[in-house]
Design a binder for this molecule. Structure first.
Ligand SMILES: Cc1ncc(COP(=O)(O)O)c(C=O)c1O
Length: 419
């Protein structure tokens, strides 16, 4: 039979979060090894309770969820999403501005495809959640990565954004709170980005899936400070409500409706071409947004996520040659390796060797389109005991790879009170 070749359009499209290193981890697991997994943004394997009313609502409605819904989503779910933003100061959001999707990951390519002509440029943060970079490529656009600055708590560099705007730039992506850095952006940064978008006629894509996973700072919707601009805000149930497998997300389009009429039509066309999002999970949206917000218990002082974040930050920074900024939000620390102490050929090699040596899985920084080769992402969803175990394995691994013998003896990190 003639070879069945993949499309050349896939050349250069990458998603390393499920790439060589995680594939090697699967192989090791199939050989009977137990892998300590610190690379996932999925709360499910780590014993987080799913809010019961959400599950009950899905079960309750299952018997009448077998048909297609409106391609933009169930009216009740879209109303709940609109009210969610109205309650947070975006008073003008209406049901017709809301599109429900099978998670934000489905809506990102849809939103880009509806906008971009071949060769149009999109400003995407570096590092980023890599679906953004991949989706621009799949829509035949060109990614221009802008710097989020590790020397400035991973804030987007407005100068770099400004420098990278060309006549072909159509949009700027803002991931806030950020995956993988955990940065939460203050109003001044968001205003700076909005000003640039205003000056250059750019659409803003605001990925806010972690809007409620916040430890110290309050979250500001970019759309709230740019009401005069076309802004597409993305969020969903995957993180704050711990049900990523339900695939329930949304986008909301704000700004002057007359200016975005054609784009909205394009979005509606693409939404109807995929008929509709998974209907049973859409029933979860109204209950999730309306009821008690149990995520608040996890992120407040003494809450499980807060303790794990603090502990991970402490024990990683105690390892010689590792350094990370504290996360204000989301579920990750982006950790810098001192490559003068530990000479790895690349960050991917670092995570590959760590996996084989210590059976510990983290994600290398360049998987997030970070240009350097000195970082890895450490997810703090696993328990305190697992974080402690991971820190010991990292310490042991790095000691074996250190150029200069480390004077310090391996020590068990001090557990912190989890009561
Ligand atoms: C920044 C960001 N956006 C979007 C997503 C995907 O969300 P969903 O599960 O709704 O597809 C993730 C998942 O990790 C993410 O980190």
């Amino acid at each position: 039979m003639k070879q069945v070749l993949q499309s050349s359009k896939l050349a250069g499209i990458r998603y390393e979060l499920r790439g060589r290193v995680p594939r090697a981890a699967k192989e090791l697991e199939s050989l009977g090894h137990r892998i300590l997994n610190m690379n996932l943004g999925d709360p499910a394997p780590y014993g987080f309770a799913v809010p019961e009313p959400i599950v009950r609502d899905v079960i309750h409605n299952l018997g009448r969820a077998q048909g297609y819904s409106d391609s933009k989503g169930l009216f009740s779910a879209r109303t709940a999403v609109a009210q969610h933003y109205q309650n947070r100061g975006l008073l003008d959001v209406q049901v017709e501005d809301v599109f429900i999707g099978n998670g934000v990951s489905e809506l990102i390519p849809m939103a880009l495809q509806a906008l971009l002509e071949d060769g149009d440029e999109v400003l995407v943060p570096s590092p980023d959640f890599p679906v953004w970079t991949a989706a621009v490529g799949l829509a035949d656009g060109v990614v221009r990565h802008y710097l989020c600055d590790p020397d400035n708590d991973w804030m987007p560099s407005l100068d770099d954004i400004r420098r990278k705007i060309t006549p072909r730039t159509r949009a700027v992506v803002v991931i806030n709170p950020n995956n993988p850095t955990g940065a939460v952006y203050p109003e001044a940064i968001l205003r700076g980005i909005a000003d640039l978008a205003r000056q250059h006629g750019l659409v803003i894509f605001a990925d806010e899936i972690y809007e409620k996973v916040l430890f110290e700072d309050s979250h500001i919707h970019t759309a709230a400070i740019a009401p005069d601009l076309c802004c597409i805000t993305f969020s969903g149930l995957s993180k704050a409500y711990r049900v990523p497998g339900y695939r329930a997300g949304w986008l909301v389009i704000t700004g002057p409706r007359s200016a975005s009429a054609s784009y909205r039509e394009g979005l509606e066309l693409l939404a109807s071409l995929r008929l509709c999002a998974n209907v049973p999970a859409q029933h979860a949206i109204q209950t999730a947004l309306g009821g008690y917000q149990s995520i608040d218990d996890l992120v407040r002082p003494g809450g499980r996520l807060r303790l794990q974040r603090d502990y991970a930050h402490k024990v990683l920074n105690e390892i010689p040659g590792l350094e990370c900024v504290q996360a204000g939000g989301a579920l990750y620390l982006f950790v810098r390796i001192d490559t003068d102490m530990y000479p790895f050929a690349s960050d991917e090699d670092f995570s590959y060797e760590l996996l084989h040596d210590q059976k510990l899985l983290v994600t290398h920084g360049s998987a997030f389109n970070w240009f350097g080769s000195q970082y890895f992402r450490f997810a703090f969803l696993p328990s305190l005991a697992e974080i402690e175990d991971a820190a010991i394995r990292l310490r042991t691994f790095l000691r074996s790879r250190s150029l200069s013998p480390l004077r310090e003896q391996p020590k068990k990190p001090e557990p912190i009170d989890s009561k």
